[in-house]
Write a protein that binds this ligand. Sequence first.
Ligand SMILES: *[C@@H]1O[C@H](CO)[C@@H](O)[C@H](O)[C@H]1NC(C)=O
Ligand SMILES: *[C@@H]1O[C@H](CO)[C@@H](O)[C@H](O)[C@H]1NC(C)=O
Length: 367
Amino acid sequence: MESQCSHSIVLLIICTILIALSWIGAMAKPQFTAMYVFGDSLSDPGNNLYFHITATKSNYLPYGIDFPDGPTGRFCNGKILVDFLAELVGLPILPAYKSPSTNGKNILFGVNYASSAAGILHESGSNFGHRFPLSEQIQHFKNTLNQLRYQMEEDEMSKYLANALLFMAIGSNDYSNNYLMPQIFVSSHLYSPGDFADLLIKQYAGYILELHNLGLRKFYLVGNPPYGCSPLSLSTGHAPPGQCISSSNNIVEMFNSRLKSLVAHLNSNFLDSQFVFGPSFQWFSELRENSSAYGLQVTDKGCCRYGPKNSELLCLPLQIPCANRDQYLFWDYAHPTQAVNQIIAQWAYNGSFSNSYPRNIQQMAQK
Ligand SMILES: *[C@@H]1O[C@H](CO)[C@@H](O)[C@H](O)[C@H]1NC(C)=O
Ligand SMILES: *[C@@H]1O[C@H](CO)[C@@H](O)[C@H](O)[C@H]1NC(C)=O
């Protein structure tokens, strides 16, 4: 093409247009109109930076050491799961709801409302200070809808919302920073593990119905990872060598099995909608138990470790992390590395049926 383009200005213009068209064609066409993210520190792109009083900020190196823009408030060395997912479905990386530039055209491809330490229950994570619990994240989504109403007609908007992807990954802090923290929270004194899971799912279901009423139709709902296998849990020394704390994992799994049932129930009740369960527990178990298949060498400690037991606090400002970050399952005491986030995003996007239930994100877009 280059030699033809050099002939004349007319040819040059035509070639430029052809190259531009092929470039647009090569760019992935968005598979959803937009993506809305609700969750905790696994998905937070920096919403907690706008709080004055919170113990959950990570806008300093070495957080972001492998992220194009450096530290952003993400709890990772690089990209988080929803960054990779946005790329896979052909959308730009989603802006943080609280960022001052998240308005006007910048909200058209979706917004990320996730907030570190947030849970389904309002009080979960309060030991860390300020955060946006799920109810407030949904309030923020309603504000976004009001802004969108200035930018599109009502019928256009209902089509737009019906073809948007909701991604929700929340519930970890209801365990790690509530139920499994009996010295601070009363929930484990008041509820059996099964009753507590019922309570969480009841509230969760209410929020999903609210989002459905607001017009969303495609829901990707991620379960809880195996908390008893996190570096934080393992640092307690309560797990047998090489194993996880199975009592914590069993309690967390009660939430997961109920969430999966809820998904089945919602699918049979709302035939115009899709509800999908993302099995985070299985993803992390697979990465831990078959680690070498994924190039992972360390699965029980974070790449950047700190704390009296060397694995229970955020990485400190300017602390030197491990050099071989892609060989670690965890970046710090609880959050996976960028390498792991990329693998998981691929599984959620187009892994086999046994991964996401009843279908993966790519199939959600096609259906
Ligand atoms: C590890 O891999 C083997 C062989 O592919 C598989 O049977 C097993 O289920 C995997 N383990 C986990 C926890 O997924
Ligand atoms: C999943 O999608 C990626 C591109 O994003 C592609 O390379 C890969 O082959 C796909 N895998 C399956 C199983 O469809």
